[in-house]
Design a protein around this ligand. Structure first.
Ligand code: SF4
Ligand code: SF4
Length: 71
């Protein structure tokens, strides 16, 4: 894989609404003590659904891809 993904969850902002867990197609996230938690980062496709649908901006998906000088 040429992509490396990290997911940051701001536990102070997360209200435990469960939306990100629900939308993630890869079951990367679970709820733990009413806070979202990453349990399977390797399965994350970087689709950004969780970040886009979190109402509290508590989850951020970082994708760092190898950049090639092509343009
Ligand atoms: S969608 Fe946002 S607020 Fe809701 S559980 Fe996930 S990270 Fe927390
Ligand atoms: S970016 Fe997509 S695959 Fe990765 S945790 Fe969020 S919803 Fe799941």
């Amino acid at each position: 894989m040429s992509k490396s993904i990290t997911i940051d969850i701001n536990e102070k902002w997360c209200k435990g609404c469960d939306i990100c867990v629900d939308v993630c197609p890869k079951d990367v996230l679970v709820m733990e003590n009413f806070v979202a938690k990453v349990v399977d980062l390797d399965s994350c496709t970087g689709c950004m659904l969780c970040e886009q649908l979190c109402p509290d901006f508590a989850i951020v998906v970082n994708k760092s891809e190898k950049k090639t000088k092509s343009a």
